[in-house]
Design a protein around this ligand. Structure first.
Ligand code: SF4
Length: 738
């Protein structure tokens, strides 16, 4: 039967744009997706210009899209698959889970999660908590948890992630918002037009750097020293807000003593940023108030990520830039949305199981213990706990992978992936590969076959955002909330059979005898329950509200204090102290630099940094979509022209990037916005067009920069365990024709 075209209101979550879109549907089929002109948040470049959105139909109906459950029938990695019915897949998986749980305990089952809004992190947490495992491995260690959890620990909440009209100074810290954050980029352009200053901290001359007032081109990995140098200037020149510091900051005297170690001249020797430029940046930030920070993954990829973010919050505290209009604004929890733990039957991991979280004895910042320590202050001040405190609980992925291989401290026998592709996105790919091959049960939910899925036992076809309802309140920080309806059916008989991740967890839970913990039949019912205090169902919320920007209320601390143990901004962190760490930032040279390892540097004289974002792709996604891929067909490594000349490399040459751990190849781009002894390689690369079976694994060994990076716990951040992606020693040389 042919119907009229219907228009469904949805939210694209293919990247952090979270753009409101209108999905045109006829007979259950996608006709087109277009920008919703009434959407309340504008992005730059505009939604209508987005190459990914323009490829929506190509993506959804791609011939390689996974449409039915697959079961491995050959050896692992052999590429031989059998299509099986959903019931069979879920029955078999449930049975294997039962067996593993019985023999090895629930902690032997691990799960891996990628970007939060691609799946549903809270229901995911519910499922595995009921199962009894503490072992989540997430990309959060290098993406968002450091930002989120340091803000919670030091200042009691995470800020609105945009720039407001009152903002007079913006600091982009290890971030390239003009590429990676379409919402923020629009607000930065608007602020610049109003005369706001811009400071960019980045070893590369990014687009943001090109429009900045001050670009601090630091040596990779020296961020803590740089920011402590700014702290030194602000204290010694008395540019800080004395009244705010006295009333609302904890540990000023201790900070002052620590900051004495970081004179601009000394910091110059560490960071290679001229002392006068450090002074200029410190003055610019301290004088032009209010100032807001935009931090990015560039900071989170550092060996000293947590300390660097602590120093960033110290600067915000000294200048009273917190919880004021145009500064680091705090929305607080949404009063009419239920957070994790407030919806449905209560599920809690026993303390005995929580103690088994791998890595928790050494890296204590993303643990159940730390989360509780931080969350209790939130409850005191905000009256509830943001879901973010639960999302930021994760085992240490490198240790979980090692446990898969060694059985120590106990065996890990099963792994589930949701919106995750660790063969591409986890450092030390060779170890990841061996670990995945050692499993008794490996299940992936995916949209397309990936190098990781090729090593699975079951590959379950996931629904994408076009097929599922969306309700996203920024991990519970609630400065905004967006919602969209499921625009397309998850199943069209004879064409495809997708499931939302939620349906998979619920159906497995029922098979495992735990169905009472999932009373909602669909994800939409879950969202109805979350929205109950608002008086809307999810459908009504989509129809009537859809994109909500919470009206700000400033200086709430004057009534309730900050949600930290001392009720103040903790320049000196009592949380870090209680967890057994240095309560103040102190610079340490990363493990693998020209200074810390001069012997290695003789053979590998260049500094490798990775992870800069590009507009076409979202981390490891989109390489198989032709219309997008043709805009960026090859992985690019940026090399300074002088270095390239010395090495006989021309623009467009394929080059090997080699570290002590191996080599991969990318295409050289001569780029003078980087120091001559630094190269920058793109992350997230694999080649879907190459065969999936071993040894190919879609080119993962050829171009994936994580093959040459280190995840050894010895070089990870001492608080969080985050692995360094920004400081490795390498050499680069031309690929010989073969
Ligand atoms: S891919 Fe990102 S920028 Fe493009 S429409 Fe979707 S959310 Fe917006």
């Amino acid at each position: 039967m042919t119907q009229e075209v219907e228009i469904r209101k949805s939210v694209c979550v293919w990247c952090k744009g979270e753009c409101g879109v209108l999905v045109h549907v006829k007979d259950g089929k996608l006709v087109k997706v277009e920008e919703d002109p009434e959407w309340g948040r504008k992005v730059w470049p505009p939604t209508r210009a987005c190459v990914r959105l323009q490829a929506a139909k190509e993506y959804f109906y791609h011939p390689d899209r996974l449409n039915y459950p697959l079961k491995r029938i050959g050896d692992r990695g052999e590429g031989r698959w059998q299509r099986i019915p959903w019931d069979q897949a879920l029955d078999e998986i449930a049975q294997k889970l039962k067996e593993i749980k019985e023999v090895y305990g629930p902690e032997a089952i691990a799960y891996s999660m990628g970007t939060g809004y691609r799946t549903d992190p809270l229901q995911l947490f519910r499922f595995f908590t009921i199962l009894g495992t503490p072992n989540a491995i997430k990309q959060g260690h290098i993406c968002f948890f450091p930002r989120s959890q340091v803000a919670n620990a030091i200042a009691g909440w995470f800020p609105h992630y945009s720039v407001r009209s009152a903002t007079k100074c913006i600091v982009a810290f290890g971030a390239e918002p003009l590429i990676a954050r379409p919402i923020t980029s629009k607000s930065i352009f608007d602020a610049r037009e109003r005369g706001a200053k811009l400071i960019v901290i980045d070893p590369r001359h990014t687009r943001s750097a090109s429009i900045a007032d001050v670009w601090l081109q630091l040596r990779p990995g020296t961020d803590v020293a740089l920011l402590m140098g700014m702290v030194n200037v602000i204290i010694n020149e008395e540019l800080y807000d004395k009244e705010f510091v006295e009333k609302w900051c904890y540990g000023f005297d201790e900070l002052k003593a620590r900051a004495e170690e970081y004179s601009p001249e000394k910091v110059e020797t560490i960071t290679q940023v001229p002392a006068d430029k450090i002074r200029e940046a410190a003055r610019l930030y301290a004088i032009n108030r209010p100032g807001a920070w935009i931090e990015g993954m560039g900071v989170e990829h550092l060996q000293q990520s947590i300390q660097a973010l602590h120093a960033r919050w110290i600067l915000a505290g000294l200048t009273a830039n917190i919880d004021i209009e145009g500064g680091d604004e705090f929305a607080g929890p949404h009063p009419k949305i239920l957070e994790y733990g407030e919806v449905g039957p209560r599920v809690v991991l026993t303390s005995e199981q929580a103690k088994k979280q791998l890595g928790a004895d050494r890296f204590r910042f993303f643990t159940f213990e730390a989360s509780q320590l931080i969350a209790q202050n939130s409850e005191k001040v905000w009256g509830k706990v943001s879901s973010a405190y639960f999302i930021a609980i994760a085992s240490h992925a490198p240790m979980v992978l090692r446990a898969m291989l060694t059985g120590k401290p106990y065996p890990i026998k099963a792994l589930f992936e949701f919106a995750a592709n660790p063969m591409v996105t986890q450092a030390n790919t060779k170890l990841v590969y061996k670990a995945l091959r050692s499993l008794d049960l490996h299940v992936t939910t995916e949209l397309f076959m990936t190098p990781t899925a090729e090593l699975a036992d079951y590959v379950l076809p996931a629904a994408c955002w076009l097929e599922r309802p969306i309700l996203w309140d920024f991990c519970g920080y609630s400065s905004y909330m967006v919602a969209g309806e499921a625009a397309l059916p998850t199943v069209i008989p004879g064409e495809y059979e997708h499931k939302t991740d939620y349906e998979i967890w619920r159906e497995l839970a029922i098979r495992l005898g735990q169905g009472e913990y999932f009373p909602w039949k669909s994800l939409e019912e879950v969202y109805d329950a979350c929205l109950e205090p608002s008086g809307y169902t999810h459908k009504e919320y989509v129809d009537k509200v859809r994109c909500e920007l919470k009206p700000p209320k400033y200086k709430k601390y004057e009534e309730v204090g900050f949600a930290t143990p001392t009720g103040k901004v903790e320049l000196y962190s009592t949380v870090f102290e209680k967890l057994g760490y240095d309560p103040l930032p102190r610079y340490q040279e990363p493990a693998e630099t020209l200074i810390s390892d001069p012997e290695l540097a003789k053979e590998y004289p260049l500094i490798l940094i990775t992870g800069g974002r590009v507009r076409e792709f979202y981390h490891s996604e989109w390489r198989q979509i032709d219309s997008v891929r043709k805009l960026r067909p090859d992985p690019i490594v940026q090399i300074h022209p002088e270095t390239a000349r010395e090495l006989g490399i021309s623009n467009g040459d394929w080059v090997w990037i080699e570290t002590v751990r191996g080599r991969v190849r990318q295409k050289a781009e001569l780029f003078d916005g980087i120091a001559p002894n630094i190269v920058h390689a793109e992350h997230g690369w694999w080649l879907p067009e190459l065969p999936g079976e071993e040894p190919w694994l879609h080119g993962v060994w050829e171009v994936n920069i994580n093959v040459v990076l280190n995840d050894d716990p010895e070089v990870c951040n001492e608080l969080s365990g985050g692995w360094p992606l920004k400081t490795a020693l390498c050499k680069v040389y031309k690929v010989k024709k073969y």
